[in-house]
Design a protein around this ligand. Structure first.
Ligand code: ZN
Length: 396
């Protein structure tokens, strides 16, 4: 079975099985643009000497198949032996004059191309990932320009790399145009969605929260596993993540840098700082999912606690060394006073400032004498919104 089901079959006799050489392997699906406004290439390709593709996709998404994928097509020059080739309508001469960045594939065409890619994966095992170059044996879903020499921009729009097969003899041929090349990652994502080759699942929530932490810190075993999955996918796509520490598993700067590079190459939004987005995950051949974080039940905040005896001892003896606990609790008193509009100027350098402030607060309550001595009592604490206790302290 090397005819795709549900498509218009128009076998070209020169490309019949037994006439044309057989495919040597199934490594790629290659998209082209046909520079034509016609709804079929059959009449043209029936002429001996005309390069012929396996498939043609009309504007309305109808697929025509001209040759069984058991045999080689002739649209890819040195890449014919292991490439399934697909020509596409582009409205040349009608809606497109051949210039500029080129016309978009219509939505119906995009769906059809995804169908072909998915079928090629199921039938021939072509991996549903982006083809990186035309080097012998490279695998994936790609386009003609990857095997063409020319003055092309870099990144995804680049042409043939050194050591790559030549897929065309004409220099600078734009096929299948800038616009259409940029559509391919989306087509691959679409093909994956309806395919069994959907790739390993990845907990995107976990990954994204690791990204948000300083240094991309990860503490849990499953968190490390998730980041490793990500790095593995990046590496498989040819990105170097050199400084990544496998055992520590942080989503650190090395992982971020590689993620950002991947996002840039694939024209993904939000990726410039290495954000692991949903689209990026799909593009890397992973199946992302999100988990809802458990909401912790709201706990009312407890009032700050002070041990009155501890604080008072520190307030009483200006020369006494203030311990860590006492300092922490005094700070709470100072904060409570400040919150209520009292100046505690001089504190924490001068303990006496705190005592004076407490005294002022007490005097303001209408208390006199010993009630306004600047030491903490139960009523003072209550009015300052502090929980307090009077407990025994160790003797030293
Ligand atoms: Zn082409």
């Amino acid at each position: 079975m090397a005819w795709m089901p549900g498509v218009v079959r128009k076998p070209i006799s020169r490309y019949a099985e037994g006439v044309r050489p057989r495919m040597t392997a199934y490594n790629r699906v290659i998209f082209h643009t046909a520079v034509t406004n016609s709804s079929s290439l059959y009449p043209m390709m029936s002429n001996p000497g005309t390069a012929t593709s396996h498939f043609y996709v009309r504007a309305d998404g109808t697929i025509e198949q001209y040759a069984s994928t058991a045999v080689q097509s002739s649209a890819n020059l040195e890449g014919n032996h292991d490439s399934i080739t697909v020509e596409t309508w582009d409205g040349y001469g009608a809606s497109w004059n051949g210039g500029g960045p080129g016309p978009k594939w219509t939505k119906a065409q995009v769906r059809a191309l995804a169908d072909i890619a998915r079928w090629a994966h199921k039938t021939h095992g072509v991996p549903l990932r982006r083809l990186k170059n035309s080097r012998p044996g490279s695998r994936g879903i790609g386009w003609h320009r990857l095997g063409i020499d020319g003055n092309f921009p870099g990144g995804i729009l680049r042409g043939r790399v050194s050591g790559g097969e030549r897929w065309s003899s004409s220099f600078g041929k734009v096929c299948p145009t800038d616009t259409r090349i940029k559509q391919v990652p989306g087509i691959i994502r679409m093909a994956r969605r309806g395919s069994s080759d959907a790739g390993p699942r990845i907990n995107l929530t976990q990954l994204q929260s690791a990204y948000k932490r300083p240094l991309g810190k990860v503490w849990t075993k499953s968190g490390r596993k998730t980041v490793r999955k990500w790095v593995k996918a990046l590496r498989r796509d040819g990105y170097t993540v050199k400084g990544y520490a496998w055992k520590i598993g942080y989503f650190g700067k090395h992982v971020r840098r590689a993620t950002a590079k991947h996002a840039k190459n694939n024209h993904l939004p939000y990726g410039s700082k290495g954000w692991p987005s949903w689209k990026a995950a799909l593009d890397l051949g992973l199946r992302p999912y999100r988990v809802k974080k458990k909401k912790r039940p709201h706990k009312p905040k407890r009032k700050p606690f002070v041990n009155r005896r501890r604080v008072n001892r520190a307030l009483r003896n200006p020369n006494h060394k203030v311990g860590k606990l006492a300092r922490r609790q005094m700070n709470r008193v100072a904060r409570a006073l400040r919150k209520r509009g009292w100046s505690v100027k001089g504190y924490p350098r001068y303990t006496q400032s705190l005592k004076r402030a407490i005294g002022n607060f007490q005097a303001n309550q209408g208390w006199v004498g010993d009630d306004a001595n600047g030491y903490l009592g139960p009523e003072t604490c209550k009015r300052l919104g502090l929980r307090s206790k009077w407990t025994k302290l160790p003797i030293w």
